[in-house]
Design a protein around this ligand. Structure first.
Ligand code: KPL
Length: 285
């Protein structure tokens, strides 16, 4: 089974390694030639172990029978659309973005087998070819278009925890809720995921955000019980959320795809989340 991972950030590097361990033939399509060169020379290092995963920078090098896993941020998707339109009719494509805005990009692709997946692992990028697996979780899949059986090989890989879900909207909305609770709070406080549970002030704020979302979206109780949020914080305790990493690296944060999305989808005002949004917007580079 061939897999090309587009994007060599924390999630891309981690998935490359865990799919390699599970026996898939993995390659990475990096944006920068320099990063591809380092990966080819030194491999990808996960938790001190080297994985010999080839890297390249041109879409034309993607094998015709490979799965394409899009491990880039939503903001980077636009420039990939022309390539996706060419490849999606032949290569099954998986969208891995946080939020739900990428569903529009997937809908805009003319045809093909297209899935979305929610990666619930903790990943910390140390350098261009080094990653730490800071929380072992599952990858949850749902079909967006085409044939579900195309993606079943992922659920059969040894040691790769993959779960298939029937409803993409519910699956991705659950992840936006999870990111809406964890990410802004960690980006503001600079706390690691696990500290949201151990720090009493942060824990209270997290409970208040959850209560606010519960008033707006009562389905949260079945979709994402509060105990699942705290369990995920503990399972990825050493992880810095992607929003905190973006903030610390001076990158644009995923405020619109996660927080603004929730503010706009909510039938009522969400004062706490709105304040977090405004705070983070005001300090975003
Ligand atoms: O998806 C994540 C993120 O950091 O964006 C979580 C699940 C919060 C793990 O850190």
């Amino acid at each position: 089974m061939k897999v090309v991972i587009v994007g060599a950030g924390a999630v891309g590097l981690l998935l490359a390694c865990i799919l390699d361990e599970a026996g898939a033939a993995v390659q990475v399509l990096a944006r920068q030639k320099q990063q591809a060169r380092i990966i080819n020379e030194q491999g990808i290092i996960k938790d001190g172990h080297r994985h010999n995963v080839p890297a390249f920078t041109e879409w034309t090098e993607i094998p015709s029978d490979a799965f394409i896993l899009l491990a880039v941020k939503y903001d980077a998707l636009d420039e990939l659309v022309p390539a996706l339109k060419r490849y999606a009719p032949y290569n099954p494509v998986v969208f891995l973005q946080n939020g739900m805005l990428h569903l529009r990009v997937a809908e805009g692709l003319p045809h093909g087998d297209i899935a979305a997946a929610s990666v619930e692992h903790g990943a910390l990028k140390i350098s261009g070819n080094e990653v730490r697996h800071t929380g072992n979780g599952t990858v949850k899949w749902a079909l967006l278009k085409g044939r579900q059986q195309k993606f079943l090989p992922f659920t059969k890989l040894e040691g790769f925890r993959a779960e298939w879900h029937e409803d993409a909207d519910r699956l991705l909305f659950r992840k936006v809720l999870l990111n809406g609770i964890i990410n802004p709070l960690t980006a503001i406080t600079a706390l690691k995921n696990g500290e949201l549970v151990t720090n009493p002030y942060a824990f209270e704020l997290m409970q208040r955000v959850y209560a606010e979302l519960d008033r707006a979206f009562p389905e949260i109780k079945t979709l994402l019980p509060f105990e699942e949020v705290t369990a995920l914080c503990k399972a990825t305790a050493e992880n810095k959320s992607s929003m905190l990493m973006d903030r610390q690296a001076g990158r644009k944060m995923e405020l619109d795809t996660i927080v603004l999305y929730l503010l706009e989808r909510s039938p009522i005002e969400l004062p706490l989340l709105k304040a977090f949004y405004q705070l983070l917007k005001s300090i975003e580079v």
